[in-house]
Write a protein that binds this ligand. Structure first.
Ligand SMILES: NC(=O)c1ccc[n+]([C@@H]2O[C@H](COP(=O)([O-])OP(=O)(O)OC[C@H]3O[C@@H](n4cnc5c(N)ncnc54)[C@H](OP(=O)(O)O)[C@@H]3O)[C@@H](O)[C@H]2O)c1
Length: 297
C-alpha cells in the first residue's frame, strides 16, 4: 500500500483542523521548509513525485513528507493544497489542480502580482474551493524568527492556524485576495530590485574602468555598499533564473498602480542574463560582471 493510501480523506466543507492532510506543490528550497513547518503544526503533509527531480525527492524525504505518486493522488488525498513553485508556473499549476477536481482550500504562496493572484483564484469553482492568497518573506523557514507567511482572504486565519508552534510565522493581512501578494511584491521590489540595480551599476563601472574608483568613493560615502556588492554574487547566482519571473510580476504590480514598470522590467533582464548560474558553483563578483557584460554582446 502506498503511503498516501493509508489515510482517509477529510470530507469537503469540514473546517480545517491541525490533523488535516495537506499537499505541498512542490518541496523546493522554500516549499520543503513550509511543508516541514505544517508537519510541526500537526498536519499530515504530502508531496507529489511525478515529474520532479532527484533534488526535490531528497528534500521531501529529508523533511519526512508522505509520498503521493502524482498531483491527482495528492488532490484526492488532501483538503489543503499549498502552491510554492516558480512564480511563472503558479497559474498553470492552479489550473492543473482545478482540472483534477480538487475540493478544499488552495493556498497560493508564490511571488506573484495581486492581479495574478486574483487570476489564480478565478480558476477554481468557488463552491468547491476556498482560495487563500499568500506571500513568503525571508529565507527557507527552518529557524524561528526568520520567515513570515502573509495570508489574505476570508479563510486566511484557518490556514495560519496550521503553522501554530512551527518556525514559520504567519500574519493575516486582510480579507482581500491580492493583499498578501501585494505585500510580497513591494517587499521584493526593494530587496531584489535594488540588488539587480547594484549588479548593473557595478558592471557599468567595470565596463568604464572605474570600478575600483567607485568602490573607494562608496567606502567614504556609502557605508556597507562595497561589502554588499562583493557579497551579492553568490547570494543571487543560483536563484537568478527564478527572480526574472518575480521581477516581471513586480513590474505588472507597479503598472497596475499607475507607476513606471521599467525599473523591474530592467531588473528582470539583469536576472535573466544570470540564469545560467542555476547549475554549478556559486559565482563571485568577477564572474557575475563577466556574465552580465557577455550577455549584452
Ligand atoms: N527560496 C527562498 O528563499 C524564497 C524566499 C521567499 C519566497 N520564496 C518563494 O517560494 C517559491 C518557490 O521557491 P523555492 O525556493 O522553493 O524554489 P526552488 O528551490 O527552485 O524549488 C521550486 C520547486 O518547484 C518545482 N518546479 C520546477 N518547475 C516547476 C513547474 N514547471 N511547475 C511546478 N513546479 C515546478 C521544483 O521541482 P523540480 O526542480 O524537482 O522540477 C521545485 O520543487 C517562489 O514563488 C518564491 O518566490 C522563496
Amino acid at each position: 500500500m502506498a503511503s498516501w493510501e493509508r489515510f482517509n480523506t477529510i470530507p469537503a466543507g469540514r473546517v480545517i483542523s491541525a490533523s488535516v492532510a495537506l499537499g505541498v506543490l512542490h518541496p523546493g528550497a522554500m516549499g520543503a521548509s513550509v511543508a516541514a513547518a505544517a508537519a510541526t503544526g500537526g498536519a499530515r503533509v504530502f508531496w507529489s513525485a511525478a515529474g520532479r527531480s532527484a533534488a526535490t525527492r531528497e528534500r521531501a524525504e529529508r523533511a519526512g513528507l508522505l509520498e503521493c505518486p502524482d498531483v491527482q493522488a495528492l488532490c484526492e488525498r488532501c483538503r489543503v493544497v499549498l502552491s510554492v513553485c516558480p512564480p511563472e508556473e503558479a497559474l498553470g499549476l492552479a489550473r492543473t489542480v482545478s482540472d483534477l477536481g480538487f475540493a478544499g482550500t488552495y493556498v497560493d504562496a508564490n511571488a506573484v502580482s495581486p492581479a495574478t493572484a486574483r487570476k489564480i483564484a478565478a480558476v477554481f469553482d468557488p463552491v468547491a474551493v476556498s482560495f487563500v492568497d499568500g506571500g513568503l518573506i525571508g529565507p527557507p523557514a527552518w529557524k524561528a524568527g526568520s520567515t513570515r507567511l502573509h495570508l489574505s482572504g476570508p479563510r486566511a486565519a484557518e490556514v495560519a492556524a496550521l503553522f501554530a508552534g512551527s518556525p514559520l510565522e504567519t500574519k493575516c493581512v486582510g480579507d482581500e485576495i491580492g493583499a498578501a501578494s501585494a505585500l510580497k511584491m513591494v517587499f521584493a521590489a526593494q530587496t531584489k530590485g535594488t540588488t539587480a540595480l547594484l549588479a548593473a551599476i557595478v558592471t557599468v563601472a567595470e565596463a568604464n574602468g572605474v570600478r575600483s574608483a567607485l568602490f573607494e568613493e562608496w567606502e567614504q560615502t556609502q557605508p556597507g555598499l562595497v561589502a554588499r556588492s562583493q557579497g551579492m554574487a553568490p547570494m543571487i547566482g543560483a536563484k537568478a533564473w527564478r527572480f526574472e519571473g518575480e521581477m516581471r510580476e513586480i513590474a505588472a504590480t507597479f503598472e497596475a498602480a499607475g507607476l513606471p514598470a521599467g525599473f523591474h522590467t530592467a531588473a528582470a533582464e539583469v536576472y535573466g542574463r544570470l540564469a545560467g548560474f542555476k547549475e554549478g558553483p556559486p559565482p563571485d563578483l568577477a564572474a557575475l560582471i563577466q556574465r552580465l557584460r557577455e550577455s549584452s554582446d
